[in-house]
Design a protein around this ligand. Structure first.
Ligand code: GDP
Ligand code: ZN
Length: 463
């Protein structure tokens, strides 16, 4: 494919002194060479530079010979570059003003224009360098909030999931081939065998799809974080717990009941799992709600939480509203934190355990820094069943992928059903083809232009 040459600032502006300007396309090297004076005098022109080399020198305004910035320039020739085209990356050091000036000079050149958001990645896709799933993973890498989500997105962009989808397609293509043969040579009396083969092949594809779909929920959690509500009566230590988990002082910890007025949502990472912790006026209202408007409404307020951390005081006996609310919450992902174990015990543990399973209970002291590890352990067990240690980080987490997998699965179920009731094989072929296409769409094989555009405009500039 023939493309023009595009350029963009690839790193976030504002922070740090270093920014990267990326240029990609047939004129990338010539454009960079026009502005670049190498320190190494033996390098006459960047166009002579071998691929994958880095050069030190200055960016100079061509008309005036004025030095704009001191830079490192890397030259990567296609197809062994991110976009599969010639790529030059200019590492500038002079801060925002210098970067903008360098960019302006580049854009003054003929045939070089500013890249649209996601256009570099789009080119990588259009040049066949990556598939659509990998391209989408690049979006996720840019957006990922936690280290773990990041490494999953990274794995995906390396193509682990793509390979799984490709393997699935292989199963379906075998199925299609078999059906095709049957349509073409109907005189072959293999109907019995064919029916069994179709069903087996569909079934094994379905099993693989289900495995991938099962990871979807975990993937969502890793990507978006577990929405966690910290609930409890005033002064039991909710803010202290938030602080301990977040290890900073963003929540105001106070001795006076009910003075947590700040609205806080903090993302903390526990054993690699991002938790979106809420200890807010809203949550304090939650405990007020219990008193004012009863359990029903407070349950309502908690209904969107993926995890409820219910804090009670070891130094007090159980309050009536705690009893009621705990009973109501028993079926939710719930951990009861008995805090202030450094103080005198007033809580009736037997009574508490008659209300909630003792596996749900953790004892802590935020002051003495005790029980935090157990709490963190419980949280990860609750969501990942201990599996999180595995480094098979192939999570499906993209809504589009999920719905296409479901579509493929449905088509395969339809094929099995059709086979069972003896529907003609060319109808079954339609189902199989549908499954094949849905899987292909995940990788971008059947994707229409509008879909591709929609995906790539999600990128920030310069990627
Ligand atoms: P919240 O109203 O539930 O958010 O409670 P805070 O976190 O604001 O804590 C209320 C008071 O209890 C503060 O004085 C904390 O220092 C204190 N506190 C919190 N955790 C503990 C604990 O484990 N032991 C003791 N002794 N005091 C604690
Ligand atoms: Zn508080």
């Amino acid at each position: 494919m023939d493309f023009d040459t595009i350029a963009a600032i690839s790193t976030a502006l504002g922070e740090g002194g270093i920014a990267i300007i990326r240029i990609s396309g047939p004129k990338a090297i010539r454009a960079a060479d026009h502005l670049f004076k190498a320190k190494n005098k033996s390098l006459q022109s960047l166009e002579e530079a071998p691929s994958h080399t880095i050069h030190y020198g200055h960016i100079v305004e061509p008309k005036t010979d004025r030095i704009i910035d001191e830079v490192l320039v890397s030259v990567m020739r296609g197809p062994k570059s991110f976009t599969a085209e010639d790529v030059v990356e200019i590492n500038t050091h002079g801060g925002i003003i210098a970067v903008k000036q360098v960019m302006d000079v580049i854009l003054e050149m003929d045939d070089v224009r500013i890249a649209e958001p996601g256009e570099f990645t789009k080119r990588a896709f259009l040049n066949g360098r990556i598939d659509l799933m990998q391209a989408e993973a690049v979006i996720d890498v840019i957006r990922s909030r936690s280290d773990r989500a990041f490494s999953i997105a990274q794995k995906q962009s390396e193509g682990v999931l793509s390979r799984k989808i490709a393997a699935l397609r292989q199963t379906v293509i075998e199925l299609l081939a078999h059906i095709e043969v049957n349509i073409d040579y109907p005189e072959h009396d293999v109907e019995e065998l064919t029916a069994q083969f179709i069903k087996d092949q569909c079934q094994s594809a379905i099993v693989e799809i289900e495995k991938l779909l099962k990871t979807a929920n975990e993937g969502k959690i890793l990507r978006e974080g577990i929405v966690t509500a910290i609930v409890g009566r005033p002064n039991v230590g909710k803010s202290s717990m938030l602080n301990t988990l977040a290890q900073d002082e963003k929540a105001i910890v106070t001795d006076i009941p009910g003075t947590t007025r700040d609205v806080i949502e903090q993302v903390v990472t526990i054993n690699g799992i991002p938790l979106r912790l809420l200890d807010t006026a809203g949550i304090r209202e939650t405990s007020d709600l219990v008193e004012k408007i009863g359990v029903e409404r407070s349950k309502d307020a908690l209904k969107d939480a993926d995890l409820i951390l219910y804090v009670i005081n070891y130094n007090e006996s159980l309050h009536d509203e705690d009893k009621i609310l705990l009973q109501e919450l028993i079926d939710r992902p719930l951990i009861v934190i008995v805090n202030k174990t450094d103080l005198q015990q007033q809580l009736d543990m037997a009574e508490l355990q008659s209300l909630v399973d003792k596996n749900m209970v953790v004892q802590t002291s935020m002051i003495a820094d005790e029980g935090i590890d157990q709490l963190e352990q419980k949280i990860s067990e609750l969501f990942f069943d201990g599996q999180l240690e595995s480094d098979d980080l192939t999570y499906i987490s993209n809504v589009r992928h999920i719905s296409l997998l479901k579509k493929a699965r449905q088509a395969l179920y339809d094929a099995i059903e059709a086979t069972d009731v003896g529907i003609p094989i060319d109808i079954i072929q339609i189902d199989a083809r549908m499954a094949w296409e849905a899987l292909g769409e995940i990788l971008g094989d059947q994707a229409g232009d509008s879909l591709i555009d929609q995906i790539f405009t999600q990128f920030c500039l310069g990627k």
